[in-house]
Design a protein. Sequence first.
Length: 640
Amino acid sequence: MKTAKKIFSIIMATVIIMSMSVVSFAASGEFDVTKAVIVTPTDATITEDYAAERLKFYLDKITGGDIQIITEDKKASYEISVGATDRDDTDFSSAADGSYIITSTEDTVIINGAGNKGTINGVYAFLEKYCGCHWYEAEVIVIPENENLTVPSDINETYTPFFEYTETDTRSSWDPEFSVANGLTGGIYKDLSAEQGHAVEYIGRSSHTLINYFCQPDKYFAEHPEYYALRGKTRQPKQLCLTNEDVIDIVTEEALELLREKHNPEASVQILSITQDDNEEYCECENCKAVDNANGSHSGTMLTFVNEIAGRIKATGLYDNIAFDTFAYQYTRKAPSQVIPRDDVIIRLCSIECCFGHTLDDPKCKDNAEFMDDLREWSNLCDRLYIWNYNLNCDESINIYANFGTLQRNTQIFYEHNVKGIYQQGVFYIAESDGEFAEMKTYLLSKLMQNPYLDYEQEMLGYLTGVYGPGGVYLKEFIDIVTKHAVTSIRHLYIEEDSRFSLLGIMPWEVERCNELWKMAKAEAENETQLNRIERSELCWRYWKCSTMNSEFSRLQHPYLWMKANKELYNDFVKFGVTKMGERQKHELSDNDLRHYTRRIYTWITLYDEPIWDALNPVGIAIFELFEKLYFMTSHSVNS
């Protein structure tokens, strides 16, 4: 299989010893995996066959054996039953897609599940919980070696997914194997095959579809400006006039055209996004204003519009598995007082204004308290509530974004308020900005969406030691320190965070301790791969120090030293392929030495269009070389 060639078997002391302590020794009351065969239904579905093949693949890797797959019409002394075989009579007819059971005796293990994904979910859960496998990143998969693999004979596990839709967007979540193994069901950034149970897909664009996909201004604005939002006394092609009957007709027909092209009747659900553009230029015409005023929110016009289109499309009788998604975002975030979403309409509530250093239910955080009010109102109003949540610094994504302390509680809050789906936005451009802990957040958020009440600290430590090696324990202490300083009672953590003012209150001795922790982590690296991962993630800490003029970047030392530190940081960005500091950066990093030598790092983003820098660059280089000579002359003189 194409995923097999990517697999990196990492045997880390902390993770593997813990796993093998459970499964290494055969004894009474255990099931001996090495003696087993895998049993599938005689009429197995393609997902059941896929689940059995993946189970065999990993068990063979672990044991060094060659476990056979047979059909249910044959018998064996020790069996692992996968899917709806005659070994299991569980009724999954009313269970949510993705639900599963795992049970065991001394001679049988049963893994079976509901819908397209249940059995697959059960297989990966069995491999992780009872066999010691972990899918930490797309290319970091822990597969222990254990030729005497056993599992408990008294497993009795039942699982129902906490959310029907789960998605995040950094590099690993684009990988189908990582996504299936960690329960990600969304399909924005990757395709899951039929064998993998398909993704919950958005048909066409997943956001900001109105004017960008439906009723585009290029087609209609010149002849029909009345289709678009009235702002003051003029029509602007930035949002639609949602009460215009022609607009409703056009969007309905364009949506039907898209469905005719891309609808998959075999999918458990597909989603059609009918969502406002990313601005606040809503229509102020008399009709739109009347609907919004009656509802106490601009969501009045939006939801009325989406309900109408959903009703027309469902009236065709052709698209029973389609749900319709719209935003509660910025000006539409507040729930309406009169309009109720149809059962097939998803409300995607967006937390963009929130503080992500305080938990959403922290009453002392004003922005979060207001969001919680909206969350409660929408939760009471609709049965299909989704969340678009944010986990990044859009301006300076390379900087530390210390929201680690809120990830678990916020996910619990969503579940406790009847949320059915979550999109956890991260650094989706991580290939150009991979220097923080974005991949770890992807893993942790994936696991939290599988189970918001898991042992969060253990999952984080498992990742850190699995990816970075034994030195990961030092990085856990580093994360604890920066998390402690992410926010205060009056200091918040938003998605636009200036690195020069982040981690306020961190003490000089704590900065020095963090420096030591990174050194110790690197010293513990067992190979070049682990060392490179540590050095890459250390970029976020070095970036922060450069922006705040701390440690080797301090101005309270010889100029040559901090200029040299700036240049070395730039060189390491180049070494690790980092070309983008944040989402809004319009240019790649400049190689202008003068900027690196003389300016704080934040200006690497903001000063690209000033030609004076290129003109003065030779002067900057000459000054640096002069400082270098003076430094070594002074050092030599002192040593003499």
